[in-house]
Design a protein around this ligand. Structure first.
Ligand SMILES: Nc1ncnc2c1ncn2[C@@H]1O[C@H](COP(=O)(O)OP(=O)(O)O)[C@@H](O)[C@H]1O
Ligand SMILES: [Mg+2]
Length: 374
């Protein structure tokens, strides 16, 4: 053997001479090798090729599958992140819009309410920013507006009543003077001795009515002529004690006493008007008391800002039910047969002209406390 494999020789031996398998020995660089040849049937080769093909396709497919899968994951992730971003930006935008639009809406609602005349409305904003500042300013502005409007209304009402009071007191005085003169003349005409007893009684009754009419007229004209306060530096304790002394004889069997705080600061006020406040309040207390009841007029350093002086007029009289308490400051309100209902209107007007405050507490059967802050 030459040691060189001759493929045509191998082919003829395998296919022509049908020697299968056959073995041939070859020498390669002095080494002996044995070569074995088989004739493989056609279908085996075909199958082998098919298998190779299938395996190739399989591996290509699996490569594609893998890469598609990886890409899909990336895409899914991308879509997810993108979606999240959109959601977050919507959420943030909404939140920011809310933070601006909610307070603005609240303020607009407030303004509309105020425009429609509702001054009791207040804007509620729960943030701590400029909007809070804005709403707080808005609320305090509305509060001021409400207060000044109430004051104006009250002043208008008082002014209207003052006009009525002026007219009435004028009328009463005009007719009262000639009536009194006539009575005097008639009395002079009879002399006391030959005046019958029943006529005498009638004279007393008429004179009594005339006196009370003249009192009412005086109260009306007092109320009608309520000048602006003429303020001076005053010692309130001195004024209260002098009024208490002056009213003691009027109180008669009712125990009227004063209690004075030595630390009381001096204040700027109209002496005559403060006296009128005290006289009116004490008179009301006397009128609500029975013999043996007590009235205490007390001065204290104020416990309420911005006032410096506190006056209390406390009685153990009849007291009032809550419906009455609500109405005591109304110009035409009285529960008395010959009352004018003006006493407390005068009191309140004077106190408001002094930038003060008056409060009332009362209980039927137990008594009443009026508290004045100046
Ligand atoms: N100290 C008091 N105790 C009980 N009722 C009072 C007292 N002060 C005021 N009032 C009630 O308030 C009403 C109004 O008082 P006022 O304005 O002084 O008018 P008047 O004394 O002419 O009735 C009184 O009629 C009375 O019903
Ligand atoms: Mg009165």
């Amino acid at each position: 053997s030459t040691g060189i494999t001759d493929s045509s020789k191998i082919y003829s031996r395998l296919f022509m001479h049908k020697q299968t398998p056959f073995i041939q020995v070859v020498l390669i660089r002095g080494n002996e090798f044995k070569e074995v040849y088989y004739r493989v049937p056609e279908y085996v080769l075909k199958t082998r090729d098919e298998l190779t093909k299938t395996i190739e396709i399989q591996s290509t497919l699996s490569f594609f599958k893998k890469s598609i899968l990886e890409k899909n994951v990336i895409w899914s992730l991308a879509v997810l992140v993108f979606g999240l971003l959109i959601f977050l930006s919507f959420y943030a935008a909404r939140k920011i819009a809310d933070q601006i639009s909610r307070p603005v809406n609240a303020l607009v609602t407030g303004m509309e309410k105020v425009k429609d005349g509702d001054l009791s409305y207040s804007v509620k904003i729960n943030t701590k920013d400029e909007f809070r500042f804005l709403s707080d300013s808005f609320n305090s502005m509305i509060k001021d507006l409400k207060l000044s409007r109430e004051k104006l209304k009250e002043a208008e009402r008082v002014a209207a009543w003052q006009q009525v009071a002026r007219a009435i007191s004028h009328e009463i005085k005009n007719s009262l003077t000639p009536v009194m003169l006539s009575i005097k003349r008639i009395k002079n005409y009879f002399d006391d001795k030959n005046m019958p007893e029943n006529v005498k009684e009638s004279f007393y009754a008429v004179e009594d009515e005339l006196r009370s009419l003249s009192g009412i007229s005086a109260e009306f004209s007092d109320f009608a002529r309520l000048p602006k306060p003429d303020k001076n530096d005053l010692d309130i304790n001195e004024i209260v004690s002098s009024v208490v002394m002056f009213m003691q004889p009027v109180a008669d069997k009712i125990e009227l006493s004063g209690s004075y705080d030595a630390q009381l600061p001096r204040i700027y006020a109209d002496r005559d008007q403060i006296k009128r406040v005290l006289i009116n309040l004490i008179k009301n207390s006397i009128e609500a008391c029975r013999p043996g009841d007590k009235i205490v007029v007390k001065t204290d350093v104020s416990d309420k800002a911005p006032f410096s002086v506190k006056l209390t007029i406390k009685d153990t009289g009849t007291g009032m039910d809550q419906e009455t308490v609500k109405r005591v400051f109304e110009p035409d309100f009285t529960t008395k047969k010959k009352g004018t209902g003006l006493g407390l209107v005068i009191v309140r007007k004077i106190i408001s002209d002094h930038e003060g405050k008056i409060e009332v507490r009362s209980k039927t059967g137990e008594g009443t406390v009026f508290t004045v802050y100046l």
